[in-house]
Write a protein that binds this ligand. Structure first.
Ligand code: C5P
Length: 402
């Protein structure tokens, strides 16, 4: 998968920089075109001559070549790359990347990179365990960077612990898998409708009934479907998430009724519909047009009426060739409830997750799912990041459609 790929290999100043030589060799052997960008501290550990000889390109380290004044454009490099790998990434460079401290060529290139970025931390165990390192790594992850977790083992300091840079062979495997996944255009020509997030049901102009859904699962599904070539319509309740890049049209709604209306106008032309939103089951019967005052009332009663069930409404008027997927977030009797939703809402597949599983459900970055299909198949997955879960769900949908 590496053949012809443009890869920036970023090297920072850590002992593990010696492993970058093997990584570079493996990348070149795999057919990639590699541009090494090294920090000034990196050059204390490994010489640019070795790296330029192996990559067949001059190593970039400074903003200018001293004797000619030639400017090295980090912007052009950022556009050229299909991916950027920073290995090893020291605590200092991780902190700079996390906070945009662009004081060397590597960090400016990182900030300019349009491509996916892979970061392989390497440092002593105590530095690795420090809360600032944790925070910076989490920040980098939240920007969408891929962290290649360090291993636990013997460290240059003589100590043993977490902080060993992942082995070059493993890093190459990660990149290989990434390119393989990225080139999968299995949903090209398909339109995918996805609902995401909570709904807000207004009580008065300043209050609503809502729930804790973050929208992360639905947004991860949108990103994955678009990555596989689909045209995605993402109908989202109120969330604080950016729309993922790709062919994704986002329609923002508030209430269940608005969500249904938005879905109705997209559903007939959709090939796949994934109902991931946590839609409120009930809404206040009356919405006060002014803020309800506390007054002297010791109690108040809010009369609620049933909201439309979007999945069931659309499930009842589905046409041949459409694939419909629902979610079931349960606190008990998970599988039974999941199966009954599948039937009641006329769906092909239901993704069941349980509030009893740590790390699963609404607001976190991970989920643990079991998929049940109308055919009666059942498949459970371990706890994974929501973007990995999204890939598993779409794999299951593709398995249904064949
Ligand atoms: O019945 P329950 O709300 O647990 O079903 C969950 C599934 O149904 C989810 O796929 C959810 O998006 C969908 N749903 C819906 N409209 C509703 C309630 C649930 O589309 N009003």
């Amino acid at each position: 998968m590496l053949k012809g790929k443009h890869i920036i290999l970023g090297i920072t100043g850590g002992i593990a920089a010696y492993k970058s030589v093997s990584l570079l060799r493996l990348l070149v052997k795999g057919g990639a075109e590699v541009q090494v960008v090294i920090t000034p501290a990196g050059k204390e550990f490994i010489t640019p001559v070795t790296l330029s000889a192996l990559s067949g390109k001059p190593v970039v380290s400074e903003f200018f070549t001293a004797n000619t004044g030639e400017w090295h454009s980090h912007v052009d490099l950022g556009l050229w790359a299909d991916c950027m790998v920073i290995a090893p990434a020291t605590a200092s460079s991780i902190a700079k990347m996390a906070n945009g401290v662009a004081d060397n060529m590597l960090i400016t290139t990182y900030l300019s990179a349009k491509s996916p970025v892979f970061i392989a931390p390497a440092m002593d165990l105590d530095m690795m365990a420090h809360p600032s390192t944790h925070r910076n790594i989490e920040l980098l992850r939240s920007y969408g960077n891929n962290i290649i977790e360090p291993e636990t083992g013997f460290l240059a300091s003589g100590l043993t612990g977490k902080g060993r840079m992942e082995e070059p062979e493993k890093i190459v495997e990660v990149l290989d898998r990434f390119f393989e996944k990225n080139e999968n255009q299995s949903l090209a020509g398909k339109k995918v409708l996805i609902t995401a997030g909570p709904t807000y049901e207004a009580i008065d102009p300043v209050r609503f009934i809502g729930n804790y859904s973050s929208g992360k699962m639905g947004f991860a599904l949108a990103a994955e479907a678009s990555r596989r070539g689909a045209e995605v319509v993402l109908v989202s309740g109120p969330v604080s998430l950016d729309t993922p890049s790709g062919n994704i049209r986002r329609v923002d709604v508030r209430s269940a009724r608005e969500m249904l209306a938005a879905c109705e106008s997209e559903f007939d032309t959709a090939d796949i519909a994934i109902f991931c939103a946590a839609v409120a089951d009930y809404a206040p019967e009356q919405v006060a047009d002014r803020k309800i005052k506390r007054g002297d009332m010791p109690e108040m009663t809010l009369r609620l009426v049933r909201n439309p069930d979007i999945a069931a409404t659309l499930g009842s008027r589905r046409r041949d060739g459409q694939t419909l997927v629902g979610f079931a977030l349960e606190t008990d009797n998970e599988m039974e409830n999941g199966r009954s939703k599948l039937r009641r809402k006329n769906l092909d597949m239901v993704v069941v997750n349980s509030m009893r599983d740590a790390g699963a459900g609404f607001s976190g970055d991970t989920n643990k799912i079991t998929v049940v299909t109308a055919e009666g198949d059942e498949k459970s997955f371990p706890l994974k990041s929501k973007s990995e879960v999204a890939a598993d769900i779409i794999d299951c949908i593709e398995d249904l459609s064949v």
